[in-house]
Design a protein around this ligand. Structure first.
Ligand code: PXP
Length: 243
């Protein structure tokens, strides 16, 4: 049977366009673009409610939690404030990510090894709300094992470093990704991946062992400037399906 990879479309940068005018315009309508992504084949919508609210706002989370045509994946920092929002809005998935206000985008993975004691009760609470949990981590053995130990349902392997590398260094990083994916699967964790993926990288990442989900945002929104989000998502779906 052919391997199916779920495509999560991250719509943060639709909200970025609205926020660069200080949220004073009624456009772009986030829900419209969510629907377009779903028409193109998105099987999940991903949003990151950042501490500094540079793109997604609380009102977006409220709206998408009410009108979700497909499962909603909320990327969030592991903080009491975010736990409160997850409890209120009940996304289908929470992807726990590190938060650093100064970073341009999420630059490294969550250090689950170091934060194990705090993460275990937080994950337990989220799961009691019926939410599944993935951990956005660097592809290392230690982080995968720690993710298993804190009770996560899945890991999202950070592809940001691999995407930028070339040649032998890229091969070495691929090996780390593949080993982390194999280990995660053997521990019963779902294998997700994301960050910096474009057409070329997606053609490669689909070969990652046990891959069940990718989350892609920036590239799809940029591509949408040419011929719309539905078309850019549809092309990406085709790539993930090997067409
Ligand atoms: N997955 C996670 C956990 C992320 O933080 C991001 C960026 O918000 C993405 C996936 C999507 O990355 P990109 O926008 O580079 O496709």
């Amino acid at each position: 049977m052919k391997k199916k990879i779920r495509l999560g479309v991250n719509v943060d940068h639709v909200a970025t366009l609205r926020q660069v005018r200080g949220d004073t315009t009624p456009y772009p309508d986030l829900l419209h673009f969510v629907k377009e992504a779903v028409k193109g084949g998105a099987e999940q919508i991903t949003i990151h409610l950042r501490e500094d609210r540079r793109h997604i706002q609380l009102k977006d989370l409220a709206q998408l939690s009410k009108h979700r045509p497909v499962p909603l994946n909320l990327e969030m920092g592991a903080t009491p404030e975010m736990l409160k929002f997850a409890r209120k809005y009940r996304p289908d998935w929470v992807c726990l990510v590190p938060e650093n206000r100064r970073e341009l985008t999420t630059e490294g993975g969550l250090d689950v090894v170091r934060r194990k004691a705090g993460l275990t009760p937080l994950i337990d609470k989220l799961q009691r709300f019926g939410i599944e949990i993935s951990m956005f981590i660097e592809p290392s053995r230690e982080q995968v094992v720690a993710s298993f130990e804190v009770g996560a349902d899945a890991v999202e392997l950070h592809t940001g470093r691999w995407v930028r590398l070339t040649g032998a260094a890229k091969q070495r990083e691929w090996k780390r990704l593949a080993e982390a994916a194999t280990l995660a699967h053997s521990l019963g964790l779902g294998v997700h991946a994301g960050h910096g993926l474009d057409t070329q990288q997606a053609k490669l990442i689909r070969r990652l062992p046990h891959l069940r989900e990718v989350n892609i945002g920036h590239f799809l929104v940029c591509e949408a400037l040419k011929d719309g989000l539905k078309a850019s998502v549809r092309r990406m779906k085709g790539i993930l399906e090997g067409r």
